[in-house]
Design a protein around this ligand. Structure first.
Ligand code: ATP
Ligand code: MG
Length: 355
C-alpha cells in the first residue's frame, strides 16, 4: 500500500493505511546535539531517547530533543533541520538529520516502488529561494528508501483531504474547488483550485515562527515563553486586555492573516485566475489551531475585499494531520493507476511473452 509524509518546518507527519484505516505518525522536526563523552550515551539509552551517535557527537532526535533543551536549558543545542518550509541553509547537519527523522517516521518501502507522496511548499512570494534543492534532496533520499516519489504541494493536499466545493448555478456541486490554506510553523501555503487543478499556488515565509519572534521582540521575552502562551493560553474569543503577550499575539495574528490575503489578491490577479461562483476556504496547520481562529480570519477577510465571493470558511477536521491525509489520498490514487497500467500491459502481452 502507498504511504505519505508531510515534511513540515515544525513537524513531520507520516500517513499510511493499516487494516483499512488511516494511521498517522508524527515527530517534532528538531534535534539536540551534545558531546559524546563520559556516560552521555548510556544515559540516553537508559532514558529510552531516540538518538544517533556521529563522530564525537550525540544527536537526540524529535520530541526528545525539546525535552532535553528544556531540562538542560541549552537552547543553542536545540536545532532545526528546516526553516521557512525548506531545508535550513544555516544548519550544517540539516540533510543528515532530516533523513534520520524521515526514515524514523515512515521507514523503508514495504516493496520496491511503493508510492510515497511527500509535501513540498510552493515557491515563496517573499523570499529569494526556490524549492528545487529541497525537493530534489528529499526525492533522492526517499528513492533510496525504495519508494517511487510523488511530490505534492502542501495546500493542494489539504484540498484533497477536505474537498471544498463550488455550487454551480445549475445546483451542481463541483468537488475539489476552492482555496486551501495551511498556516504552518515556517510558512503559509495557499492553493486555489478548480476540480483539483491548481489555479494559484504560493507560499509566504511568515507563520508560527515569525509570530513567535515578533512577539518575543516587542514584549522582550524569550521565544520559548511566547510559544508556551500561544499554544496553551491564546483564545481569540477571549483576549485578556491586560496580558501584553496575548495582546501582541492577537496583533501579529491579524497581521499574518492580512499579509496572506493581500498576497493572494496580487497572485490571483497576476495569474489571471477567475471563479464564477462563490467558493469555500478550508484551513489547516498548527498556527490555525487556537480557539476562535476561523472567526478572526473571517473578520480580516471582510476588511480585505477579495475579488471573489466566499461562501464559507471552515477548519479541517484535524488541522495537524489534514495535509498528510490529503497526501495519502494522492499516493493511493497514483498506486492504483500504476497497478491498473501494469495489469493492462500484462494483458496486452501475447501468451508466453513473459517467459
Ligand atoms: N494549539 C496551538 N496554538 C497555536 N499554535 C500552535 C498550536 N499547536 C501548534 N502550534 C504552532 O503551529 C506551528 C506548527 O504548525 P504545523 O505543524 O502545521 O507546521 P509545519 O507543517 O511543521 O510547518 P510548515 O508547513 O510551515 O513547513 C508552530 O508554530 C506551533 O507553535
Ligand atoms: Mg505544514
Amino acid at each position: 500500500m502507498a504511504k505519505a509524509i508531510d515534511i513540515g518546518t515544525a513537524f513531520l507527519v507520516g500517513a499510511e493505511m493499516r487494516g483499512g484505516r488511516e494511521v498517522f505518525t508524527s515527530e517534532r522536526d528538531a534535534f539536540f546535539s551534545m558531546p559524546n563523552e563520559d556516560f552521555a550515551e548510556e544515559m540516553l539509552s537508559k532514558a529510552g531517547a531516540f538518538y544517533i551517535a556521529k563522530k564525537d557527537q550525540l544527536y537526540v532526535v524529535g520530541e526528545d530533543a525539546l525535552k532535553f533543551a528544556q531540562v538542560t536549558g541549552q537552547q543553542e543545542n536545540y536545532r532545526r533541520p528546516m526553516a521557512a518550509g525548506v531545508l535550513n541553509p544555516d544548519e550544517e547537519d540539516a540533510i543528515a538529520m532530516i533523513q534520520v527523522m524521515i526514515e524514523g517516521v515512515i521507514g523503508r518501502a514495504s516493496f520496491p516502488g511503493e508510492v510515497c507522496a511527500a509535501t513540498i511548499p510552493a515557491n515563496p512570494v517573499d523570499e529569494s529561494f526556490d524549492t528545487t534543492f529541497h525537493s530534489m534532496v528529499l526525492t533522492r533520499f526517499l528513492e533510496g528508501l525504495g519508494y517511487e516519489v510523488k511530490i505534492i504541494n502542501e495546500a493542494l493536499a489539504l484540498i484533497y483531504a477536505e474537498n471544498p466545493t463550488v455550487t454551480a448555478p445549475t445546483g451542481e456541486s463541483i468537488p475539489f474547488s476552492g482555496i486551501g490554506i495551511s498556516f504552518g510553523g515556517g510558512m503559509v501555503n495557499l492553493v486555489a483550485a478548480y476540480r483539483a487543478k491548481q489555479l494559484v499556488a504560493f507560499s509566504a515565509g511568515r507563520s508560527g515562527d515569525w509570530i513567535d519572534q515578533q512577539v518575543a521582540k516587542v514584549t522582550n521575552q524569550p521565544v520559548g515563553r511566547v510559544i508556551g502562551a500561544k499554544e496553551k493560553k491564546l483564545d481569540f474569543n477571549n483576549i485578556d486586555p491586560s496580558d501584553r503577550t496575548l495582546q501582541a499575539l492577537d496583533i501579529y495574528y491579524e497581521d499574518l492573516i492580512k499579509y496572506t490575503l493581500n498576497h493572494f489578491k496580487v497572485q490571483f490577479k497576476k495569474q489571471s485566475a477567475t471563479f464564477d461562483d462563490a467558493i469555500e476556504i478550508v484551513i489547516a496547520g498548527g498556527t490555525a489551531s487556537p480557539p476562535g481562529f476561523i472567526d478572526k480570519f473571517k473578520r480580516v477577510l471582510d476588511k480585505v475585499e477579495l475579488p471573489i465571493e466566499i461562501k464559507n470558511v471552515r477548519m479541517a477536521k484535524d488541522p495537524l494531520k489534514a495535509v498528510a491525509a490529503g497526501s495519502l489520498i494522492a499516493a493511493i490514487s497514483q498506486e492504483k493507476k500504476k497497478m491498473a497500467k501494469a495489469q493492462k500491459e500484462g494483458a496486452a502481452q501475447p501468451p508466453g511473452a513473459e517467459g
